[in-house]
Design a protein around this ligand. Structure first.
Ligand SMILES: Nc1ncnc2c1ncn2[C@@H]1O[C@H](COP(=O)(O)OP(=O)(O)O)[C@@H](O)[C@H]1O
Ligand SMILES: [Mg+2]
Length: 294
């Protein structure tokens, strides 16, 4: 039984998977999309010369800049009935992880997952509608963002004027945005889900916790998030998107106590989780991947 794990860049950080494979007695091939090849003669898709059909499961771990290659792998895997993780890749060429936040939000809301109230559209539309719909403060997010690099808190009209020019420049480059109600949170629960099963959670901080603390609305926050509800929501959100290895952020409004999904991360980092829980995440992922082989 041979499992293929693919990444957009170098394969060095996949070594823990290879080692976990040795412990479990599963052969793991860690490869980069740059090793992909085919010839129009037979149209066999190979990675370092080996037909992808030789693998029982393909886990696309990180796409990076390689969505072109990921699409080729996905269609070959679907055609040859090789199970794909994350399963979103098997949904068709337009769907792949990481999902843009615009499509992610739409799919989650449609699946009945509670999300912060959101509008998507041109910047002109967002800047016109968001202040009326949400009042101040509200959130603007680049749909492409990750690790908090493209999220802005707009506290008043002055701040809106301040960031407007910068956002307009980004929009001209082709970036898209959404506006969102601001949820008063000082922490989030990062729930790790593998193949529909919740492995556990870690508590992480939030970007505007000091601002929220200054608002003095944190009374209900002392009540911990109910574990069952958190787990159920996180697992449903991951499933709705077809992200089988997911880090789902669950939040609760300090003021109202309402619970929301903030986002579903594919290929989440798990150093902190592993340290706190002692769970060998690579091993758990491999165990899941082996259950998919026919
Ligand atoms: N609607 C929101 N209300 C309050 N804080 C938010 C909201 N959206 C995002 N944030 C804050 O910004 C951070 C990054 O946002 P997120 O949607 O997770 O994007 P990214 O993909 O960049 O991590 C979150 O961890 C949270 O602290
Ligand atoms: Mg995030």
């Amino acid at each position: 039984m041979k499992i293929l794990i693919l990444v957009g860049g170098g394969t060095k950080h996949l070594q823990p998977f290879v080692k976990a494979g040795v412990r479990l007695g599963v052969e793991v091939v860690a490869a980069s999309f740059s090793q992909l090849e085919y010839s129009s003669g037979d149209c066999v898709l190979r990675i370092s010369g080996e037909d992808l059909k030789n693998f029982v499961v393909i886990y696309i771990r990180l796409v990076g800049e390689r969505s072109e290659d990921a699409a080729i792998v996905a269609q070959y895997a679907v055609k040859n009935k090789i199970p794909l993780v994350d399963s979103i890749f098997a949904r068709g060429p337009a769907a792949h992880a990481p999902l843009k936040k615009s499509l992610e939000t739409l799919l989650l809301v449609k699946a009945g997952i509670p999300m912060p109230s959101t509008i998507f559209g041109s910047l002109a539309l967002l800047l016109n509608k968001a202040p009326q719909k949400f009042g101040y403060p509200f959130i603007i997010k680049g749909t492409y963002g990750k690790q908090g690099h493209a999220v802005w808190l707009v506290k008043d009209k002055g701040e809106l004027e301040e960031i407007k020019g910068r956002l307009e420049d980004l929009e001209k480059e082709g970036k898209r945005f959404l506006a969102q109600e601001f949820i008063k949170i000082t922490q989030r629960e990062r729930v790790f889900v593998i193949g529909g099963k919740v492995m556990g959670t870690v508590t992480l901080s939030t970007k505007w916790r000091r601002y929220v603390q200054s608002l003095d609305v944190s009374r209900p926050a002392r009540r911990p998030l109910a574990e069952q509800e958190t787990y159920r929501l996180a697992a449903s959100a991951a499933k709705a998107l077809g992200i089988d290895v997911a880090g789902v952020d669950v939040i609760r409004d300090n003021e109202t106590g309402k619970v929301y999904i903030l986002e579903v991360n594919s290929a989440p980092r798990w150093a902190k989780f592993q340290k706190e829980t002692g769970i060998g995440v690579e091993e758990e992922i491999l165990k899941y991947l082996t259950t998919l082989s026919a």
